[in-house]
Design a protein around this ligand. Sequence first.
Ligand SMILES: Cc1cc2nc3c(=O)[nH]c(=O)nc-3n(C[C@H](O)[C@H](O)[C@H](O)COP(=O)(O)OP(=O)(O)OC[C@H]3O[C@@H](n4cnc5c(N)ncnc54)[C@H](O)[C@@H]3O)c2cc1C
Length: 387
Amino acid sequence: MTPLKTISIAEASSRHWDVIVIGAGPAGAVAAYQLGRSGLQALLIERKIFPRYKVCGGCLNQRAVNTLTEVGLGGVLDDLKAVPLDQFQIRYQGRELQIPLPGGLAVSRSALDVELTRMALESGVSFLSETAALVCGDSHPGQTRMVELFQQGALCGTARASVILVADGLGHPSLQNCEEFESVVSQDSRIGVGVLLPGGQIQDYPAGTIHMAIHKHGYVGLARVEEGQLNIAAAMDRSFIKQQQSPTGAVVRILQESGFPIPPAIGEQNLKGTIPLTRKTVRPVAHRLILVGDAAGYLEPFTGEGMSNAISEGIAAASILPRGLHDWEQSLEQEWLQVHQTLTMQRLHWCRWLAQLLRSPTAIGVGLRLFRWFPGIARPIVASLNH
Ligand SMILES: Cc1cc2nc3c(=O)[nH]c(=O)nc-3n(C[C@H](O)[C@H](O)[C@H](O)COP(=O)(O)OP(=O)(O)OC[C@H]3O[C@@H](n4cnc5c(N)ncnc54)[C@H](O)[C@@H]3O)c2cc1C
């Protein structure tokens, strides 16, 4: 894999950018790609070195696949040999439910995020890797916003832009100096953990299905991605992980109790974790600043809504913000609030409902029975999450 070409801090600091995009996950990389295609001077900043592992189920729903294809990024999914999905298999205490999926693809985030970023660079965007950006708190209504740039924890420079797109994921770490974006974690918030296992020795878990083990203390999703690898991602109560003495112990317990086989060698893996997932949604816009994807609010994902929303918001923001480069008007902020509401908040309805259902053993039992007796009721829910 050819490494991504990055610019130096000195170069990043010496220019005035039209847009600085913070974070090269799906939201940031796709937004940057669109900005580059529009001919804007955009700088994409990523704190990690790519390829990097990211806790995620790796399942793109049909809406995400369609959106990527519409903007010319469908070829990335073909090149990566993303695995087509057609079934959602749920198990709870040995009971099973299968729901057909209207499409979707499974691909590892280590591979996907590199290729989306590569496409952004090909569209003319500059990339600053292994650099954490911190948005300066001062938001007086000037023409410019500024970020501080950190490498290995040390302040190395600053960069300026007309608009900043914050796509840095859960808890929007680049906004920690901006009081109005203070992140409030829910008391009962779960944390995410995950691992990508090499496919060689694993016989179970056929490709094409999202396998989901459900438990009152969390859920574990498993899906085959490219090259037969098995992607495992879980969201679990923090107290349960403590009780099981490790994230691996908690994942194994949920798989056992729901009736799924335990993938060989999982015990030898160091599962990666996230910060607490559920957070109070913040106002996703401020003066010359737009928040997209998980940075704007976390969406508990079931069949690939997280990346789908991140991608849609990235594209929408890239089409709106060029109008604010010179004169940033309040009406633009109102417009973004409206777009965010339509693209994301309405979808939260089903995700929140399902998340609550999955926290109550009685409700899970009743829900599974209902879905089994009346399979037709699952379809509109899955369809609404996929379109
Ligand atoms: C357990 C679990 C399973 C999931 N499964 C799925 C699934 O199957 N399908 C799905 O669609 N979604 C799933 N999601 C949700 C999905 O991972 C997110 O919704 C998605 O990654 C959001 O994309 P994003 O671009 O907004 O943020 P991210 O993907 O989090 O990307 C943010 C990027 O910003 C970088 N960054 C952070 N801070 C800074 C900084 N200060 N400066 C520079 N860079 C910075 C990070 O390194 C990262 O690369 C899952 C989530 C969890 C926790």
